[in-house]
Design a protein around this ligand. Structure first.
Ligand SMILES: [Zn+2]
Ligand SMILES: [Zn+2]
Length: 145
């Protein structure tokens, strides 16, 4: 588990939180730093465990509250998949996700499907495209071969 550096007030974070109607707090900064520190799409529970390393006094309720604020202010997005808990991703560039069935890790894939690649039913307008892929990551694929 990697160490999270001491939170420094980030101007971007401050600006985005204010724009979203939220106050800047050192907890929100901390939770954001935790997400940026290791971009492996942790669940709220995992974010909580990592946040405790630098801020032992933080509670799970506070972590949920911080994640909620970060999501609402477009600093982090929720990654939902039917079978697992909601995960959090600080990569705000449009991208797709690869779910490894071996180790359960979620990886970013730099691929964004576009309107002309997808046949939508007539009259439908998509505001977001996200492709989800499943299979084995390179580590797991190597282990099996
Ligand atoms: Zn894997
Ligand atoms: Zn992602």
């Amino acid at each position: 588990m990697q160490k999270v550096k001491r939170a420094k007030k980030s101007a971007v974070l401050d600006k985005q939180l204010t724009a979203g109607g939220y106050r800047f707090t050192s907890q929100r900064q901390h939770v954001y730093d935790v997400l940026m520190g290791k971009r492996d799409h942790p669940t709220a529970e995992e974010v909580y465990l990592r946040s405790k390393l630098g801020k032992p006094e933080i509670s799970i309720a506070t972590v949920y509250n911080c994640l909620d604020a970060l999501v609402k202010c477009n600093l982090v997005k929720q990654v939902k998949s039917e079978r697992v808990a909601v995960r959090y991703c600080p990569n705000m560039k449009e991208h797709s996700h690869f779910y490894c069935e071996g180790c359960g890790m979620v990886h970013d894939v730099d691929y964004k499907p576009t309107a002309h690649q997808v046949q939508l039913p007539p009259g439908f307008q998509a505001s977001q495209y996200e492709l989800s892929m499943r299979g084995l990551c390179s580590n797991c694929a190597n282990k099996r071969s």
